[in-house]
Design a protein around this ligand. Structure first.
Ligand SMILES: [Zn+2]
Length: 564
């Protein structure tokens, strides 16, 4: 009842001008509100509302987790007042491709994300979601989870995952996709074969169950096992199974380098035939020989849009990707699992062929062996020797030729090592980021510069993606207007995902707000020193509670779990 009255009040007040009505005491509702005032009043800021509209100076009143008024509120009272003179006030950023997933169990403060101004994360990406869980590697998943998080993984379905998380407290809002790779593993297993008709029906059923439970779309990772075993028609049929309101198809495509254009065509075909709304994850043209394909890639997207399809993409603001070191080795050499891979690395009859493939792949990176940076090593005793160094450096220190050095690392660590690959460059990155249908995403989990979240060298994108988009690509490089850059982080992802109550500064929206200093905002994380918070973001508000106050985390945990 209270809610309805308050909403009615806000509607009338936003038409008539809030501050006049606020003190005119025309009805009992207004009186009760004025006696309490706002929870938070943000004064004198330059509001960038998230829609792309030009910024304007106004005050914002926040009450009960919602934006209650926008305008001249100079006479209003509030429990907390933030003077934002000289600062920009924007909707909280929405990270549309996040790997935070279960990171929140040990990092409920979501440090590396909230400090960037991210207030909502969309996980369950690249075909992997935390439900449905099953299939041949469930035991390994359970064991790893226990090791990583110190607790038992008790849920098996998306519904139970969401239930479990809804009982926890964290600083950020979270929503999840359902991964078609997870569904395939659950129903078909890890075999490289087409699904039978009966399996396809079961997978479709799992899609429906997950969406009804609250997953907000579908994701694939077609360069990973077992997602890569799904053919185009299987993916079309699975997308069709989703109810229309959640039929968003977010895809890490089948290829991002030599056959990236073919991969974009496949993604468009899947969306077109299943009537899905396409979201191409971390769009890139990787490898020197492919950099010139950026225009063609974007043209394919534009042509699909002209035909009436809804196509968007997202991209992080860095030129290096982050993956397993073994990714530099041919797929056949990794077939059958870890042990077989390590055996093949020692097999003199095979190593020549493996070397040929790996050296060719590395030669397509920027800086050759300098373009491979070891980011984390699973075995403690090797951390100092390798972590944070390029293969070129390591090979010089060890007096080995580079390929020999890389094989050595894999054998010593038993293939438990991650790398950054400098496969991209600035010009194509700028073209992609500037495209009006491209949003900003971190493609990273939530880290913190203290234990246990700092044990590996994170990709700097975990700390710097969003401030870097503003500082480097907008302020310095001017690839688009500031209002347009903010739109890529707010209303664009909100509209894509049907998050009707977020992504805009408007009356009645959830009060997710970031306040930043345009001249000072700066990412600080680097590839060798990634665990550094950005600067120039003094306030972040989530659901009407201040989480970052004068640059410091308040410990507030107002995050909500979002279901479709
Ligand atoms: Zn991905």
């Amino acid at each position: 009842m209270k809610q309805i009255n308050r909403r009615k009040f806000i509607q009338s007040s936003s038409i008539l001008g809030f501050s006049t009505l606020f003190f005119s005491a025309a009805s009992s509702n207004i009186l009760s509100l004025s006696s309490n005032g706002f929870d938070i009043l943000i004064k004198n800021g330059a509001i960038i509302d998230g829609t792309g509209k030009k910024e304007f100076i106004a005050d914002i009143g926040i009450k009960s987790g919602l934006i209650a008024a926008i305008g001249n509120l100079s006479d209003a009272e509030a429990k907390t007042t933030i003077d934002s003179k000289g600062l920009k006030v924007a909707p909280g950023f929405i990270d549309i491709h996040s790997h935070t997933d279960t990171d929140l169990i040990i990092n409920p403060k979501a440090e590396s994300k909230i400090r960037q101004g991210v207030t909502t994360e969309i996980t369950g990406q690249d075909g992997f979601s935390f439900g449905p869980l099953g299939g041949p590697e469930l035991e390994i998943t359970l064991k790893n989870f226990k090791e990583d998080y110190g607790e038992e993984l008790t849920w098996r379905t998306i519904d139970d995952f969401l239930d479990n998380f809804s009982k926890r407290k964290f600083s950020i809002n979270l929503a999840t996709m359902v991964g078609l790779g997870s569904i395939r593993e659950f129903v078909v297993g890890l075999d490289d074969r087409a699904a039978t008709a009966e399996e396809l029906t079961r997978m479709q059923n799992e899609v429906k169950i997950a969406i009804e439970a609250g997953a907000i779309g579908l994701s694939t990772g077609l360069e990973y096992t077992p997602g890569s075993f799904a053919n185009t028609s299987e993916l079309i049929e699975l997308c069709k199974a989703a109810p229309e309101y959640a039929r968003v198809y977010a895809t890490h495509m089948r290829n991002e380098d030599d056959t990236v254009l073919e991969a974009i065509n496949e993604a468009i075909e899947i969306a077109e035939k299943s009537k899905s709304r396409l979201q191409i994850s971390h769009l890139k043209v990787s490898g020197k020989s492919n950099w010139q394909k950026a225009d063609d890639a974007l043209a394919l997207i534009d042509k699909a849009i002209e035909r009436g399809l809804e196509v968007h993409a997202d991209r992080y603001t860095y030129v290096a990707y982050h993956t397993n070191l073994s990714n530099l080795f041919p797929l056949w050499s990794r077939d059958g699992g870890n042990e077989k891979f390590l055996e093949r690395l020692k097999d003199k009859s095979l190593i020549g062929k493996i070397r040929e493939y790996s050296e060719k792949k590395v030669s397509n990176l920027d800086g050759d062996w300098n373009g491979v940076l070891i980011s984390s090593v699973g075995k403690k005793e090797f951390k100092d020797q390798y972590q944070g160094k390029t293969i070129k450096q390591i090979s010089e220190e060890k007096n080995l030729e580079p390929f020999g050095a890389i094989v050595n690392i894999l054998l010593e660590t038993e293939n438990n090592v991650m790398m950054m690959g400098f496969g991209m460059e600035e010009s194509s990155t700028e073209k992609i980021l500037a495209h009006p249908r491209v949003m900003i995403s971190s493609d990273a989990g939530s880290h913190a510069p203290y234990p246990p979240m700092n044990k590996s060298i994170a990709h700097p994108r975990a700390y710097g993606t969003f401030p870097r988009a503003i500082a480097k690509y907008q302020r310095e490089r001017k690839i688009c207007l500031l209002e347009e850059m903010i739109k890529k982080m707010t209303s664009l992802p909100a509209d894509k995902l049907n998050l009707k109550d977020r992504g805009r500064i408007a009356v009645d929206k959830n009060a997710d707000i970031v306040i930043f200093d345009y001249n000072k905002i700066q990412d600080k994380a680097t590839f060798t020193e990634p665990h550094q918070y950005p600067e120039g973001i003094p306030y972040v508000i989530v659901n009407g509670e201040v989480v970052i106050d004068m640059g410091e985390h308040t410990g507030a945990m107002p995050g909500k779990l979002i279901r479709s």
